[in-house]
Design a protein around this ligand. Structure first.
Ligand code: CA
Length: 409
């Protein structure tokens, strides 16, 4: 999957990019741009045919696309501010996602058992990916894939990449896997329960409910099995853990940490690295392992194995992989982290963010609707409250501010 697109999906889901911006209304092309677009699409016919899109499909589903120029600013958008890891994790692994994930484990227990038998990936991991990718199917994105990908295929700085994705989505339509009207997703083309890009879809998706279609929009069994297939193809080892929280020895050289700096497990143990719960690692001493200390030696540290890399490959972002791993642990009923993140002001889950927004509204801040996504208006309101309290104004929503507003300070 493209690093760019995974990253951007994450940005939208995490609220780093305000949803109001990410899902803004389509913007029509000027007459000149529309003419340029028509010429561009016509010029793509030979390449589409070479990629396996037949002429009738291209004519019917590509030649009548209206470009949506609102996707272009999103392609070039940079994050407005950097979000601490503990804030990402507080939102992606919050009480609601754990509760709903446990419900999904029960509701889909039979499918998940069969998925595990076929692909070797345990139910908690599959459901954790589902929960982080699309909030268990509750957030697919709302843009027409054909329209977004068509626009990005003809304008902007990554046309070759998006042309190829446009052809892949046309092949999904051509095969009859998903109806064209149901192809809605992020502006960059990730869609469905698993938020696969079209090329990933065509490579990885499986028909698990046996209706002859690989439908990652309408079929939860297809989506869960396809997630497991993705992890299996990324090197998943059945029965192995993704990793463990560990205690680092005093004086540990943090430069040795990092997902790509692998050593045999035995070497890490010889340095004095142990699980925080004191249990044995339960893997051979020659198992390849890496140590993560994402916020330095004063925060939680982890030892990670091959399955962490498989999870990482789904998103190519360390914070995202950690969210899936820790959500999977929570879904299994395992205790949370022993070592706290190095902050005296922990991040908020979505329900707490909504409570904070309600408190801001009650104080007269015009922040729009309560949705748990802290966009520009919410952050500005937070800054004004921070100023009133005499605190540094960083616009960040944390536990301290929620507590102050709850107490009517
Ligand atoms: Ca199916």
């Amino acid at each position: 999957m493209s690093r760019l697109c995974r990253h951007i999906t994450f940005a939208v889901l995490s609220g780093w990019m305000p949803l109001a911006v990410a899902q803004s209304a389509p913007v029509a092309a000027s007459a000149e741009e529309a003419a340029q677009f028509s010429r561009c699409m016509a010029s793509l016919k030979p390449a589409a045919a070479a990629a396996g899109v037949n002429a009738a499909t291209f004519e019917r589903h590509a030649m009548h696309i209206t470009p949506d120029m609102s996707v272009l600013p999103l392609l070039n958008r940079q994050p407005e501010f950097s979000t601490p890891l503990w804030d990402y994790l507080a939102m992606l692994v919050d009480a609601r996602r754990v509760r709903e994930g446990r419900e999904r484990l029960v509701t889909h227990a039979d499918v998940l058992r069969r998925v595990q038998a076929r692909y070797g990936v345990d139910p908690a991991t599959v459901v954790a990916v589902w929960g982080v990718e699309s909030d268990y199917g509750q957030n697919f994105g709302q843009r027409s894939l054909q329209q977004s990908l068509g626009t990005l295929a003809c304008f902007g700085r990554r046309q070759a990449f998006f042309r190829s994705e446009l052809f892949e989505v046309l092949k999904i339509i051509q095969r009859g896997d998903v109806a064209p009207a149901e192809l809605k997703g992020s502006w960059a083309g990730a869609f469905g329960h698993t938020q696969f890009m079209p090329s990933t879809y065509n490579r990885i998706a499986v028909d698990f409910d046996g209706d002859g279609r690989r439908d990652l929009v309408g079929s939860i069994p297809d989506a869960l099995a396809s997630t497991a297939n993705y992890l299996l193809r990324s090197g998943w080892r059945s029965g192995q853990p993704w990793g463990y929280e560990v205690r680092l020895p005093r004086g540990f050289n943090v430069a040795l940490a990092g997902r790509t700096q692998r050593k045999p497990l035995g070497q890490w143990q010889a340095m004095g690295i142990v699980r925080v719960d004191g249990k044995p690692m339960g893997l051979p001493a020659d198992t390849r392992a890496a140590v993560l200390a994402p916020t330095g030696v004063n925060g939680p540290a982890f030892i990670v194995f091959k399955n962490y890399d498989a999870i990482y490959s789904y998103n190519a972002a360390e914070s995202y992989a950690l969210a899936i791993a820790l959500l999977a642990n929570a879904l299994r009923g395992e205790p949370g982290l022993v070592q706290a993140w190095p902050t005296d002001d922990p991040g908020l889950g979505r329900d707490e963010r909504m409570e904070l927004q309600r408190l801001l509204l009650a104080r007269g801040h015009d922040i729009g609707k309560v949705d748990g996504m802290l966009g520009r208006a919410s952050r500005e309101a937070i800054s004004r409250e921070q100023a009133r309290l005499g605190w540094p104004q960083d616009g960040r929503a944390g536990t301290k501010l929620l507590k102050a507003l709850r107490e009517g300070r």
